[in-house]
Write a protein that binds this ligand. Structure first.
Ligand code: MG
Length: 362
């Protein structure tokens, strides 16, 4: 069996680096075909080595993801820039391992419509990988509900903390997962769970009102599927992204020794709690945006991206992130879900948040 040739978009980021460690661990199974890096150049040989943003990089990335010798594209660049290459890879019938949840949030209908075969898109997000694993072998009609687990982030367990006074350091101090700054802040606002709800809706074609969120601070249960007969399946493991990454590459096989087994005897209590929607409005906003459909989820996503960047620059308080998103959704006049309209919604939200920031600062 020849090795799977993998192109990584976002090779210098957290997921990209962990993917490279998985690839290096199974050299007979995987081979690096191409690398797109962001911040820094990687000193690692690959057939394609592209630095995002360099002149001509767009054409090189397109050539890489559609190349006949590329088997699978791991999409792990945050944000809207990942959308074009993902659509091109799917159009070229490549397998796509999707770590960038924004793609399904913004353009779920478009992307899923283009995905041919049931395993063309393989989730890398830990919750979605868990749902995917629980759904293997199950008929869609047997599924009654999906339950996404949320660690709750650093502030869920501290109800006394005033969210407007949260500092950048506090928000970046996630209790369970080590991730990039954008997704860590999204976990603290719980917008990450809102985005994941929309992602799950498209990926598994389950209506929004049949997807719930439950807080699980230990991050051992990665998500749960409930079935019509009253049974439920959950996927458990140590919080380690190498597991969903390896599975997205090796599906339908499981590779030996990807992560150490879960120490069940020492785990102690696993807690599950309801989410307080009054304290974290982000999940409600995401549900509303998804229910309105069209370009609304793209507005939610772009406004959040812009507002998180402003928070990381100390330009707005932590609680301003959700306020900025809410303001953009209220102001958006609406739009359909063609690629042009999605990108226009994205643009609208960024402009709106920028002018909102000007007013907040003034
Ligand atoms: Mg996740």
């Amino acid at each position: 069996m020849s090795a799977l040739r993998v192109a990584i978009l976002g090779a210098s980021g957290s997921i990209g680096q962990q993917a490279l460690s998985v690839i290096d661990h199974y050299p007979e199974r995987f081979q690096v075909f191409g690398l797109v890096s962001g911040r820094r150049r990687l000193d690692r040989p690959a057939r394609f080595s592209v630095r995002a943003g360099d002149p001509g990089s767009g054409d090189r990335i397109e050539e890489m993801v559609t190349h006949p010798e590329c088997d699978l594209v791991l999409v792990a660049i945050p944000g809207v820039v990942a959308l074009g290459p993902t659509l091109r890879a799917l159009r070229a019938h490549k397998k796509v391992a999707l770590a960038t949840k924004e793609i399904l949030v913004m353009a779920g209908e478009l992307v899923m419509g283009m995905a041919r075969g049931h395993d063309a898109i393989r989730p890398v997000d830990s919750e979605h990988s868990a749902l995917w694993q629980c759904l293997w072998g199950e008929a869609p009609a047997s599924v009654s509900r999906l339950l996404l687990t949320a660690s709750g982030g650093p502030f869920w367990a501290r109800p006394e903390q005033d969210l407007s006074s949260v500092t950048v350091e506090q928000a970046l101090n996630h209790p369970r997962w080590s991730m990039g700054p954008k997704v860590t802040v999204d976990s603290a606002t719980l917008m990450n769970k809102g985005l994941e709800l929309i992602e799950a809706h498209h990926l598994f074609r389950v209506p929004l009102d049949r997807i719930g969120v439950v807080v699980h601070p230990q991050s051992v249960i990665h998500s749960i599927v409930e079935f019509v007969d009253g049974s439920a399946k959950a996927q458990l493991s140590n919080p380690d992204m190498r597991l969903p990454i390896a599975l997205a590459l090796s599906y339908p096989e499981r590779l030996p020794g990807v992560v150490p087994p879960t120490p069940f005897h020492d785990l102690g209590a696993l807690e599950l709690h309801p989410l307080d929607p009054g304290r974290f409005a982000s999940v409600r906003l995401a549900r509303e945006a998804a229910a309105r459909g069209g370009a609304y989820p793209a507005v939610l996503n772009a406004a959040n991206e812009r507002a998180v960047a402003a928070f990381l620059d100390s330009a707005i308080p932590f609680s301003g992130i959700v306020s900025a998103v809410e303001s953009a959704l209220e102001a958006f006049p609406g739009g359909g879900d063609s690629l042009e309209e999605i990108l226009a919604g994205d643009e609208f939200a960024r402009r709106h948040v920028d002018s909102w920031l000007g007013k907040v600062r003034a």
